[in-house]
Design a protein around this ligand. Structure first.
Ligand code: AMP
Length: 477
């Protein structure tokens, strides 16, 4: 998963691009990059690491431009090297710069097609290169001009038909304008904003609205499934639903990925999480468990825990201290590294948990590493009983749309039933959100639940899943 943004106005937007990226940092910490355009050339800066590491020493005046894109990368597939960092730019057959968030599922097919039809070779293993070449060839077939948005939308539609998977993209078309489009199912988030600056109207697009708030942008609306928006150089906004299928927004954005202060599809992420916590109370009551306190796995599970505590009328406590300076345990390539990192990262606060029956809430259980170690740590510090609560239903299928949920072999609920998972993590009880309860929350819209029920909205073959898993394994090595 990644975070993207783009701004377009009459004055310099470089500060908004770089500062905005810091508010998307939670969506990717492997690489960061930005490009601006000033009517003459692209000014590109990207590299491995956090936004502050890549841009910390930068003299922003060298990057002034009235149009700009930014990207933070979380490598799910593809190599972890600087060449894979976004944005990507091309100067031929015309100036074009692009960022994307998502995952292309027909990567190998498209790659061979580009080679056989156009003799193009890829320089990276990034999906973006494929989207960029596909869009560029489609635009080349059209009579490109800023007064002809229909031609641009035809090129987008042809691109949407060629590319399978989930993606949102933002593109600078040099001296023509800014183009934004989403996949036909609207799986990944993208929100539009605007502000009035000293130089007039500025449009912004970003994976999450959280970056608009502190930059002073008003959030206008989310991009619709299959929609393309083109802002021409007169700042006229054109939009069209180019290729649309059944809307299938990713619910895991609400559960785990998005920042709590973001608003997606008109829903505040924090509010969604509190509600998911409240819903868990029902399942808890059916189980007749009576915890003394509810604790969360910091920092993503606070809102679930507070909703559950409120509904059960049981005190919420912060029972685990978190060391924020340890790397990500989830992506460490081997199991013993992951286990050590959990121990380094989370430490139970003895006086809070000693002699208590504890319900510990996390957003999800993937391999079971975190929960198993937490149960042990809590017992070592004197917990009387430990009930593990997952705000998401059992994750049983890999996400092929850009969220790293590991591979089927490693996903615990893909291989064991809930009872056996409880035994494996050595909990006194294990409670999962019921998929039907989660679906009930989103009954007014259609969403993607593929990681829970295996219904991939775009359709996928077993061979394609295997190819994605093989790439994922390869890139972790
Ligand atoms: P595991 O320890 O493998 O069961 O993974 C569960 C933990 O990883 C939970 O604490 C989640 O907060 C976190 N998590 C879940 N999904 C992801 C993801 N896609 N990337 C990084 N961390 C995740």
């Amino acid at each position: 998963m990644c975070g993207i943004l783009g701004f377009f106005g009459r004055g310099d937007v470089s500060h908004d691009v770089i500062n905005g990226l810091t508010a998307l940092q939670h969506r990717g910490q492997d690489a960061a990059g930005a490009v601006t355009f000033d009517s003459n050339r692209f000014k590109l800066k990207k590299g491995l690491g956090l936004v502050r590491e890549v841009f910390g020493q930068l003299d922003v005046t060298d990057y002034e431009g009235f149009c700009g894109l930014g990207h933070v990368r979380y490598a799910t597939q593809g190599a972890l090297d600087a060449a894979e960092a976004q944005p990507f730019t091309l100067n031929y057959p015309f100036g074009i710069a692009m960022v994307h968030n998502g995952n292309v599922t027909n990567f190998n097919d498209l790659k061979s097609r580009l080679f056989s039809d156009q003799h193009r070779l890829l320089e990276t293993s990034s999906d973006l290169e494929l989207i960029l070449y596909t869009l560029t060839s489609e635009l080349e077939k059209e009579n490109l001009s800023r007064t002809n948005p229909e031609a641009i939308f035809r090129a987008v539609q042809a691109t949407q038909l060629a590319i399978e998977g989930a993606y949102c993209t933002i593109t600078i078309l040099a001296n023509l304008g800014l183009l934004v489009f989403a996949d036909p199912w609207g799986i990944r988030p993208l929100v539009m904003g605007r502000k009035f600056s000293d130089h007039g109207l500025v449009y912004g697009f970003a994976s999450e609205s959280s970056c608009f708030d502190f930059l002073g942008y008003e959030t206008v609306r989310d991009l619709k499934a299959g929609e393309a928006v083109f802002i021409d150089s007169d700042m006229q906004l054109h939009s069209s639903i180019c290729e649309r299928r059944k809307e299938s927004f990713c619910v895991f954005e609400y559960i785990y990925f998005a920042r709590e202060d973001s608003i997606m599809n008109g829903r505040l992420v924090a509010g969604e999480r509190v509600q998911m916590g409240r819903q868990l109370a029902k399942t808890f009551q059916e189980s007749a468990l009576e915890p003394d306190i509810i604790i969360d796995v910091p920092a993503s599970a606070y809102f679930f825990a507070s909703g559950l505590a409120e509904k059960l009328n049981v005190p919420y406590r912060r029972g685990l201290a978190k060391n924020n300076h340890v790397g990500r345990s989830f992506i460490s390539p081997n199991q013993s590294d992951r286990e050590n990192m959990v121990r380094q990262k989370l430490n139970p606060i003895r006086d809070i948990i000693k002699d208590k029956k504890i319900a510990v809430v996390d957003d999800s259980i993937v391999r079971g590493t975190t929960s198993k170690h937490l149960v042990r740590l809590l017992r070592e510090k004197g917990a009387r009983e430990v009930y593990v609560v997952s705000a998401s239903p059992p994750i049983k299928f890999p996400c092929i749309y850009g969220i790293d949920m590991s591979i089927r072999r490693e996903i615990i609920a893909a291989n064991y039933n809930v009872h056996d998972i409880g035994r494996y993590i050595e909990a006194d009880a294990i409670i999962y959100q019921k998929l039907d309860d989660l679906k009930e929350m989103y009954s007014d819209c259609s969403s993607c639940y593929a990681c829970f029920d295996g219904c991939y909205p775009t359709g996928i073959t077993l061979e394609a899943i295997e190819a994605i898993e093989a790439d994922r394994l390869q890139s972790k090595r």
